[in-house]
Write a protein that binds this ligand. Structure first.
Ligand code: ASP
Length: 348
């Protein structure tokens, strides 16, 4: 008799466990995933037309994965993403995670600047719960729209306890990327995101997830960066180096008040002599110069072809120009030596 009661209790508790769904909040910012066109087979469309509620309703089984609440933070194409919206997102995430009871956060976002927002949040959000960015390459009205399944998989990752402590991720077309490793590589292809140096965090296939690794660098609760009381980030400009780089672009950036300059250099973060001299002038005026590269993969090493110690430059290491700009903007919130700044580019 006693054992029958025990079995009954186990069954009841298993039932309530099976019914306990994760709580996931979707913060919507716009992008092609919320885009619409007048026909299903045209390349032209407008980003940020569809609300988060309409997007969730387009994926009926999504509510079997989690209890979902949607919030509209903005509704812009991510070409119009701004530090203002990124700060708003970071603050809302801080509020939500402090309230407790939340298992994961999904952020819908345009793909154009998704790597900047993902990397920014990875630096400043002090939480171990999964934060998953998702977008699509085809608008919601297109034939074979990729948004609904991407959103389904993103919610499945956000709701998964195994996704915890993996920092900010991006889920698109079955692949789970780390904010640190991903970059957009195609203007139109559905498989546009790659993690060329470090590989994937895992895969998500119709909501079934497999995880391969944790990110290698510092992020989330280990991060020293905070934007809690920050209303504006310091100006950092990216200057693209190519043949005969006009060095007065660098001087103009300093004159306009940049506190940091990122060079999207050739090869291993290099530039012509005139560019080097302009960067040296910038450093003498207190501007932090980071040498990154316009090349898609590979690290920019300190003191390889350029004497960074002598010139006072920082080598971007594994950060492309757009991620270097994000890291430098956040790192410049505090006065730091050249050595400290270099350490940050190695650690994050
Ligand atoms: N321009 C769009 C955006 O970034 C492209 C996309 O979402 O794929 O919002």
């Amino acid at each position: 008799m006693r054992s029958k009661i025990t079995i009954l209790l186990i069954l009841v508790s298993m039932g309530s466990f099976a019914q306990k769904k994760a709580n996931v909040v979707i913060l919507a910012t716009g992008g092609t995933i919320a885009g619409a066109a007048s026909t299903g087979v045209q390349s032209g469309y407008t980003s940020g037309q569809v609300t988060i509620d309409a997007m969730v309703n387009a994926v009926p089984d999504i509510t079997k994965l989690a209890n979902i609440k949607g919030e509209q933070i903005s509704n812009v194409g991510s070409q119009d993403m701004s530090f203002e919206i990124m700060l708003k997102l970071a603050k809302r995430i801080a509020e939500l995670t402090q309230q407790g009871g939340l298992d994961g956060i999904v952020i819908t976002h345009g793909t154009d600047t998704m790597e900047e927002t993902a990397y920014f949040l990875n630096l400043v959000c002090k939480t171990d719960i999964p934060i998953v960015l998702v977008g699509s390459m085809r608008p919601s009205t297109a034939v074979s729209a990729d948004g609904p399944l991407n959103l389904y998989n993103a919610v499945a990752v956000a709701a998964d306890p195994n996704a915890k402590k993996r920092g900010v991720m991006l889920v698109m077309n079955d692949w789970i990327h780390s904010a640190q490793s991903l970059t957009k590589v195609s203007t139109t292809a559905v498989q546009t995101f790659m993690s060329p140096l470090n590989g994937l965090i895992g895969i998500s296939n119709y909501g079934t997830n497999e995880f391969y690794r944790f990110p290698f660098n510092k992020y989330g609760s280990q991060s020293e960066f905070s934007v809690d009381n920050v209303a504006k980030l310091p100006r950092v400009d990216i200057i693209y180096a190519d043949v005969d780089l006009p060095a007065d672009l660098i001087d103009a950036s300093v004159e306009k008040g940049a506190k940091g300059i990122v060079i999207a250099g050739v090869g291993n973060g290099n530039m012509n002599k005139a560019g080097m001299e302009a960067c040296e002038r910038a450093v003498k005026k207190g501007v932090v110069v980071v040498r990154s590269s316009r090349v898609v993969t590979g690290n920019v090493g300190r003191n390889v072809e350029v004497d960074d110690d002598k010139m006072g430059f920082v080598a971007s290491y594994d950060h492309n120009p757009q991620k270097s700009r994000i890291l430098l903007s956040v790192a410049l919130l505090k006065q730091r030596s050249n050595a400290d700044m270099q350490k940050i580019f190695y650690e994050y």
